[in-house]
Design a binder for this molecule. Structure first.
Ligand code: HEC
Length: 146
């Protein structure tokens, strides 16, 4: 009885986990048309996961957690530049002041992806084409199954 009640959930959980694992696989991204949108998506996701709480959605230092920090959070406007990314990657990895170190959770490559995403956002650059939409377009153009 108990077992029967639990079983369907176990199946759903197993399916959910395997779907999650499939998406998480780094080589799952190989179906994407170019590398750029992938980097952008990774940067965006990690920013939303680990950084915006302090830095604010657009890096202006107005995240909800900033108010709780004694010194506040400086705006990153004008600070995140391509030619300075090597230095900034190290700052984020090592942490600074009220900012924790990220080297144990986010590697250098992903840290760079976050900063590249942020740089584009601060400069109001348009995001790269959505890979899913591009795929749809390709399918349409190819006339698959029409
Ligand atoms: C707990 C709040 C908090 C979180 C979370 C946080 N930061 Fe920071 N960040 C700060 C503060 C405060 C500073 C200013 C540190 C200082 O100079 O004393 C800062 C500074 C920076 C700087 C500027 C360094 C410089 O040289 O001017 C960058 C870039 C940065 N953070 C990126 C990130 C990224 C990327 C993440 C997510 C992986 C992140 N931060 C997460 C609080 C945070």
């Amino acid at each position: 009885m108990t077992l029967r009640a639990v079983a369907p959930w176990a199946v759903i959980l197993a399916v959910a986990l395997s779907v999650g694992a499939a998406f998480a696989k780094p080589d799952g991204t190989s179906t994407m048309p170019t590398k750029r949108p992938v980097d952008y998506e990774v940067g965006k996701r990690l920013w939303a996961q680990s950084c915006w709480q302090c830095h604010g959605e657009s890096g202006k230092g107005d995240g909800p957690a900033a108010a709780a920090l004694v010194g506040g959070v400086p705006s990153l406007e004008g600070k995140v530049r391509g030619n300075d990314l090597d230095r900034l990657v190290k700052v984020v990895q090592a942490g600074r002041g009220a900012m924790p170190a990220y080297s144990e959770d986010i590697d250098e490559h992903d840290t760079r992806r976050i900063l590249q995403y942020l740089e584009g956002k601060l400069e109001g650059r348009a995001p790269p084409p959505d890979p899913d939409k591009e795929k749809d377009k390709e399918a349409e153009e190819g006339g698959e199954g029409q």
